[in-house]
Design a protein. Structure first.
Length: 362
């Protein structure tokens, strides 16, 4: 890929002098606080254990709620390396990191003080408050004369079955070849280059994948990791991601934790490449994806290469009207096929799973 594109954005980043934003919602001040479960039950160190998506969906909103009512005083969040941009609202004394590989934890092993412990089967609770990431990370760095589209891929071991929910090379080539006519495309895949120095690794090992040769054949497509690694030695991975995401409403993402990150940015449309995973049972249609931002994201779920291409072309014909994506009327049939509507069997399974969660926490 030409260095011209990277140098263009590096110049903007250097001029912008980026850093953590100021919190637009300062803690409330209470003259009297007769009773607080936070003082009597919460530990002083709120440690998160688990995967990236679970942290964004279940842990982060509880911490932000505590912050918004002034209950983070005297407490510290302990989480994985690289997560500081998500907790921008905390002071340096309230935030700390651990150098540790992320892994999956069973529900009973996760922090039990959060209102929700399962990102797949859960409802929004009163003690959850999501930051407005689109508002606080607004910037001019990633503004473009064309709509910006993020394609977030992955190629790693999933459930000890090898790669499952990935966009394969030929489909990726076709996607980019068609969509570059309508969008400025930024491509992201963890593992496409050396790991950024401030980002915790995942236990799902990354496999070799020759997507770089595919993406690099398009000179007008930006490989995100190449920009990250040339800016401040790769130490601003999630900060740059938040700056990037705040400038787009369009995402094509492989199933997984990355989709939760996209959903934090209000009014987005997320076309999910989903071949396996429990999100179709409840999460996409009725779960926390409906509450991660306001207005909530539009979720489109592609289970085949053909439906992924159909959804991508519907994105190309859409436009952003006000604060969300609006589709062309003649794409109605395509959108109906991609809507994340669970089957009757999936609904029954979801209710059964939720009942088990409630009983385990009783």
């Amino acid at each position: 890929m030409s260095n011209t594109l990277i140098n263009h954005f590096l110049a903007r980043l250097n001029v912008a002098n980026i850093g953590l934003p100021m919190d637009p919602v300062p803690p409330l001040k209470f003259a009297k606080w007769k009773y607080s479960f936070a003082d009597t039950e919460l530990p002083k160190i709120l440690e998160f254990r688990g995967e990236f998506g679970s942290e964004l969906a279940c842990f982060l909103p509880f911490v932000y709620w505590l912050h918004s009512i002034g209950e983070m005083s005297g407490k510290t969040v302990l989480t994985y390396a690289g997560m500081r941009p998500f907790y921008y609202f905390l002071s340096s004394e309230q935030y700390s990191e651990k150098v540790e590989t992320r892994r999956h934890y069973h529900l009973h092993e996760r922090p039990q003080f959060t209102p929700n412990v399962d990102e797949h089967i859960c409802f929004k609770k009163p003690l959850e408050f999501y930051p407005d990431f689109r508002a606080v990370y607004q910037n001019a760095v990633f503004q473009s004369d064309r709509p910006l589209l993020v394609i977030h891929n992955k190629f790693n071991n999933e459930w000890d079955r090898g790669p499952v929910n990935y966009i394969d090379l030929e489909v990726l080539r076709t996607l980019i070849g068609e969509l570059r006519k309508y969008f400025f495309i930024v491509y992201i895949r963890p593992g496409i280059s050396a790991k950024p120095s401030d980002f915790s690794e995942d236990h799902n090992s990354v496999r070799d994948f020759d997507d770089r040769s595919v993406v690099s054949s398009f000179s007008d497509v930006l490989i995100f990791d190449d920009l990250v690694n040339q800016f401040e030695s790769g130490t601003k991975y999630n900060l740059l991601k938040n700056l990037l995401y705040s400038n787009t409403h369009y995402f094509i993402s492989a199933q997984g934790g990355a989709t939760y990150h996209c959903a934090l940015f209000s009014g987005s449309c997320i076309l999910v490449n989903h071949r396996s995973g429990s999100e179709t049972i409840f999460a996409y249609a009725h779960g926390l994806y409906r509450h991660l931002s306001n207005p909530c994201p539009s979720m489109l779920v592609a289970r085949t290469d053909e439906s992924l291409m159909d959804g991508a072309m519907a994105l190309a014909r859409s436009s952003v009207v006000g604060d969300r994506v609006s589709f062309a009327p003649h794409d109605r049939v395509t959108l109906e096929r991609l809507m994340p509507v669970p089957s009757v069997a999936e609904r029954i399974k979801a209710l059964d799973s939720y009942e088990k969660i409630l009983l385990s926490r009783a």
